[in-house]
Each structure stands twice: as C-alpha cells, then as structure tokens.
Ligand binder design. Structure first.
Ligand code: SF4
Length: 287
C-alpha cells in the first residue's frame, strides 16, 4: 500500500515512480481532490482539464477510498434521518386541516398486527384491509389467520368504515420467489423479497381499485425492517402509480398496544413469522 499527502507534486512524483504512469503538473491540483489513496494492486486515474480518463497499469486500480467512505457514511446518515412516523404525522395533520378522508388499502399480515393499525388509522382514512399472504404455511394456519382477521374487523368499532378484501393464496409464487434462499435466517434477503411480493400485489390492487394510498401493517413488528419496507413500498407504489403511506407502526408504542388489543379481542397470536422456513427456525430455537 502506498500513502502520501495528497495534492503535493512530490507525492505524485513518488506515485509516478511507483506505478510508471506519468502524471502531468497541471493535473496535480484536481487529482488532489479526487485521489487520496493508492494501492499497489491497482490503476491510476488521470484528470486533465474537464476531461478525465483512466489508465490501467498492470491491473492496478486507484481508489479514492476516503472520499468513498465519506459518501457512504453520509448516505447512511441520511437514511437514518428518515422518521417515517413523523412523516405520517405530518400527512395526517394536513388531511385534518383539509377535512379530507382518503381511501387506504392496508396490506395486513395478521389480525394482531392490524389491530393497532386499524384503531389508529381508521380515525383518518376509509380503510380496506387486504389479506395477501401467500407465504403462510401450512394451509390450516393460513385459514386460521384469515378468519381471525375477519373476526377482528367485525368486532372492532371504527370511526370510518373498514372493509375486507382477500387476495389469492399464491403459494407457488412464494416458493418460486424463495427458491435458493430457503436456509436464510429471518430478516435476510428472502424476507426482503417476501415484503416485495406482498407489497407489489397490494400496490397493484390499490391502483386497480383507485385507492388514494396503500400501506402495510408489517412495520409494527420489531422483527421487521421498517426502513426496507418503506423503501420497497415507495418503489412499488411508483411502479403502479399509487402513493405508499410511509409508516413505522412500532413507534408511539404501537407494538405494545397491539398486544393489549389482541388480549382485549381474544386474538390468536402466532409464534412464527409465517412461512415454512420461519417455522423451522422457531423449532430449532426451541430445541
Ligand atoms: S420469515 Fe417471514 S418475512 Fe421472511 S420469508 Fe418467511 S414469512 Fe416472509
């Protein structure tokens, strides 16, 4: 590895000697801002006026490591700055000031997770609960969860109407999506694809039904990545031309409230996420 104080002629002279690539004097200035760190295993980037070109020299690559690291850190910080609950609060405030009650399609994973979300959002939206969970295994569990969802909607009292829509139990679609990722742990790439499968279908339904917004109850779970869910929701919403209602329902004690409501309504609370693989993971943990 070759390090030096960037921006000095002597430094670039040393680099020339090391790599055999000639760096011209007028280039030093710009290079100083773009090249901080050389590795012997690499190549060299030359800047000349407004044009730049890279020269490969003995398969050597020149990295602008510190700059790259800084950008990565900045973008990470920007990502962490998003508080989806605050964004939702802002939108709700705006809807209230306009006295508007938009339509909302909520993808629900199960009755317990939807309980708090329904209690909360039915004050501001006209909701349709969309049950689309082809991941659930076995079929008896699927039936149990869907019946529980319907029962909850019947039993709860809402300010604005809440209706129910069942999606297809597309088991084959889920297994095709999960192929090759069966052994991955919960929270990994298979789950990101699982979120996407369900959110894409919710976005498609929301667009077909001309809903104002769509969202999912999934972010209420401490096991679910709210950041990723929101990113996926926004992306698939754009693809179908319907707005994703950003959210993080575990904020404001949402998860805690869902446990209270589950008790109040006597709901069945499952102890594994839903798919066959998460069931296996649970069994392993029990051993
Ligand atoms: S663990 Fe849960 S989120 Fe992940 S693939 Fe299985 S059902 Fe989907």
């Amino acid at each position: 590895m070759y390090k030096g104080s960037a921006g000095t002629a002597s430094y670039y002279k040393q680099v020339e000697a090391q790599t055999g690539v000639i760096i011209w004097a007028p280039v030093f200035y710009m290079a100083a801002q773009n090249v901080r760190h050389y590795e012997n295993v690499s190549c060299t980037v030359l800047w000349c006026g407004t044009a730049h070109r890279s020269i490969e020299y003995n398969r050597k690559i020149c990295y602008n490591t510190s700059q790259q690291k800084m950008q990565e850190k900045e973008s990470k910080m920007n990502v962490q700055k998003v508080n989806y609950q605050k964004e939702l609060d802002r939108l709700i405030k705006q809807l209230e000031s306009e006295r508007r009650v938009p339509s909302l399609l909520i993808h629900s994973c199960c009755a317990p997770c939807s309980s708090y979300v329904l209690e909360y959002l039915s004050q501001y939206f006209e909701i349709t609960v969309f049950y689309y969970n082809p991941n659930i295994y076995p079929e008896s569990e699927y039936t149990k969860r869907i019946l529980e969802q319907q029962k909850l909607i019947r039993d709860m009292k809402f300010k604005h109407p809440v209706s129910f829509l069942a999606g297809k139990y597309d088991k084959e679609k889920f297994y095709a999506m999960a192929e090759g990722m069966e052994e991955l742990k919960e929270g990994g790439p298979r789950c990101m694809k699982c979120y996407e499968l369900r959110l894409s279908e919710a976005a498609r339904q929301a667009a077909a039904g001309e809903f104002d917004y769509f969202t999912t109850t999934l972010s209420i779970s401490p096991m679910k990545n709210a950041q990723k869910l929101n990113e996926i929701g926004v992306r698939v919403g754009r693809e179908y031309g319907v707005e994703y209602l950003v959210s993080d329902f575990k904020k404001k004690n949402g998860y805690k409230r869902s446990i209270e409501l589950s008790k109040e309504y006597g709901l069945y609370r499952q102890d594994y996420c839903g798919c066959e693989f998460s069931m296996r993971e649970r069994d392993e943990q029990r051993k």
